[in-house]
Design a protein around this ligand. Structure first.
Ligand SMILES: [Mg+2]
Length: 299
């Protein structure tokens, strides 16, 4: 059940809430022959720009005292995280890239080798594993990375819900798809964020199952959904990053790209793609061209 916060009017889900359990992967059963999986950040929800430009980038400048090179570093941060092939990169891997470049180009980053090594070898990059490694090594770069990550979480949470809106045309596409297919959210965001954002904009009503960060990688989640009994070519995954395409192809499913900077156009073209998907005419020239345009847009 949805409980509206008295102070801000934002819907929150009770920890014992029925919505959460109703839409869990384990409780989900296939109802239709077709499944549409939808990524959240940067695909359905226009959240990446605000998060990176208002929070992640500025927190990097603040934590490492980089004010002197602010504009250049922020522009490069956006390129790494949003505008190139690494779009959607894990936040610690994005930080690792940015710090290495800053170390080489602007100013030495103390203890960077330890953080670089942690990113290289740790299989689960999270605040908890970072904290454990910091306690073991006492490294200053790990300490700063952890402080940066905590600051980021706090500030992302305090962004207003109105700053995290669905892309234009997404609601119509979702409603259209939900009329004929089962709908899954497949996102690496935390489940609270997905439920809050999708709930607030009444998108959750059209969703059958939510697979967020806590369910595992996107490749794993798509695989688990496939195991519910869908044919590979009856699964359409909507995503905005090359990682989404990769997770789709590893499951032999079909991919519908939402192109960065052209999200409205991408959702506007969804009807044709969805019709082809249902008719079994998605693969071939149409699909190859879509993928080609998507990759070119991020190069
Ligand atoms: Mg995304």
């Amino acid at each position: 059940m949805i409980r509206y916060g008295a102070a801000d009017g934002i819907p929150r889900y009770e920890s014992e809430g029925t919505k959460v359990t109703q839409k869990s992967l384990s409780g989900f059963c296939k109802a239709r022959d077709w499944l549409v999986c939808i990524d959240s950040d940067g695909t359905a929800m226009d959240t990446m720009t605000v998060k990176h430009q208002k929070v992640l980038g500025p927190c990097l400048i603040e934590e490492w005292n980089l004010e002197q090179w602010r504009e250049e570093i922020l522009a490069r941060w956006d390129e790494i995280n949003m505008y190139t092939s690494t779009r959607g990169i894990h936040r610690f891997q994005g930080l690792r890239r940015a710090l290495k470049e800053i170390h080489e180009k602007y100013v030495p980053i103390e203890g960077i080798y330890c953080f670089d090594n942690w990113c290289e070898t740790e299989s689960t990059l999270s605040n908890a594993t970072l904290k454990a490694e910091l306690e073991r090594s006492g490294n200053v770069c790990l300490k700063k990375a952890l402080h940066w990550a905590s600051m980021v979480n706090e500030r992302v949470e305090s962004l207003k819900i109105e700053e995290k809106q669905p892309f234009e045309g997404f609601r119509e596409a979702l409603e259209r798809a939900a009329g004929q297919a089962d709908i899954a959210v497949v996102s690496s965001a935390n489940p609270e964020a997905v439920f809050t954002e999708w709930g607030y904009y009444r998108l959750l009503d059209h969703v059958d199952v939510v697979c967020a960060q806590d369910c595992g990688s996107k490749e794993y989640c798509i695989g688990q959904l496939k195991n519910k009994g869908y044919e590979s070519t009856h699964i359409l995954v909507c995503g905005d990053a090359l990682g989404d395409l990769d997770a789709t192809e590893k499951n032999q499913a079909l991919f519908y790209p939402v192109c960065q900077g052209r999200e409205k156009e991408s959702w506007g073209e969804f009807e044709e793609g969805f019709q082809r998907f249902l008719a079994g005419t998605y693969e071939g020239g149409y699909y190859e061209e879509k993928k080609e345009r998507f990759k070119k847009n991020l190069s």
